[in-house]
Design a protein. Structure first.
Lengths: 65, 65, 65
């Protein structure tokens, strides 16, 4: 068995691990922002659907779908 | 060349790899959930737009935009 | 201290790093697609809300909410 992990490759492994940890953290931050945006969309879409349903009942006699 | 990868650093690398693998798996799961939620939003939004278009044609003579 | 990083484990570390780098890249690509889809949803939802607000003012006297 040779001494297969040179100082260079240890440093390389550390660099790749650090780069991955940074990217994964950035993705977690982006996912958090997107979850909040999606929750906002769902709330507004429900309000819009509710408003549309009210118009159908009280208003313009639109087609059902 | 020195013996640069000590038992401690091997364990550390394994720990960091395992932690990253867990986080990446959790993000994949969250992305799957968000893709499903987004597909649902797109479907409901299309239905809402279609319903709104029907109201314009048959109903309240709303403004075009 | 033993020579704790064998050729096998170095290869294993490289394999796990490469696999993680691939998965993280795929997630970045998916996040980019989802951000674009979410931006499209927000634009269409705002247009839909604006259209609904116009109908309320000029059209069917729907309920406020």
């Amino acid at each position: 068995m040779d001494d297969s992990m040179s100082a260079t490759s240890v440093s390389d492994v550390n660099d790749r691990l650090s780069a991955l940890e940074l990217r994964v953290q950035q993705q977690e931050d982006e996912l958090t922002v997107m979850k909040a945006a999606l929750a906002d969309v769902l709330r507004r879409l429900a309000a819009s659907e509710d408003s549309g349903a009210n118009r159908k009942q009280h208003g313009a006699k639109a087609n059902d779908n």
